[in-house]
Design a protein around this ligand. Sequence first.
Ligand code: GRG
Length: 292
Amino acid sequence: MVEKTAQYFPPPSNLNEAIRYSLLGEGKRIRPLLCLGFSQAFNGNQAEALRLAVAVEMIHAYSLIHDDLPAMDNDDMRRGVPTNHKVFGEANAILSGDSLLTMAPEFLLKELSALKTEPQKIIELVIKLLEASGHQGMVMGQALDMEYEAKNLSEVDKKEIESTLSNIHKLKTGSIITWSCLAGLYTHPNPEFIAKNACHVQSIGQRIGLLFQIVDDILDETSTLQELGKTPGKDQKSAKLTYTNLHGLKDATIIAKHLILEIKEDLEGLQGTSNWKIISEIIDSLRKKLPA
Ligand code: GRG
């Protein structure tokens, strides 16, 4: 699949090199793995799952490139190497993010049509991906995050802070993670089965997204640059709206451990599934990152 993806961005060109640098770099591939894991659990179509996995990684890679830009988080390091704009310059970084964002639906429409996936299914998947990425999803989450970063939080009511934090995370991190889980379900051949299970999978996806975000907040406080691959402690220094800043490290860890139990119960409640190997490994890898 990597070769298939790479052929969409052939060398030589600075832009394509910048795209390949971030898309094919050393990420954890959590979103593609969620997609493949849910597909595996539902015994779905693996060829479709692979294409969906690639598309969501394109969206993710774009979001990281743009998030690291000076106008946003202004980061020099990502995944243990210099950020895209540090290597290729700001213009190429902006354009490579733009390319990945537009390439994801293009890739899905072309590849799923070639697989003869049912047109209604393709439309629903692409609409949901665009909703999760755009102003109803990740982009809005990022905008709210930046808006709140500029505020003096001591002047804001605690209840408002809590509900804003949960909304930001649901949109910024959760929407794409939720789509990844749902996309795995969509590889099942029966539309009625998909419709019957969509709500349940969506709520599990939201919980996994929240868990992922809380672990990310905790790691920002507990990890070194080497372990994290990016500058640690930035959230704490900027008094950013995070789970650890709001609840403290100990309570954030308790919330994360409780979420893991809830997710496991939720997974057991899903009918018609068999093999949860990939998903269990993802949850375990997140649990291992938590303080004892
Ligand atoms: C620029 C529209 C726009 C959105 C950016 C993804 C994002 C939104 C910001 C990244 C900043 C951040 C630290 C978010 C919290 C969790 C997160 C998405 C971490 C990075 O994802 P990983 O850990 O990355 O899956 P790898 O490197 O493994 O692919």
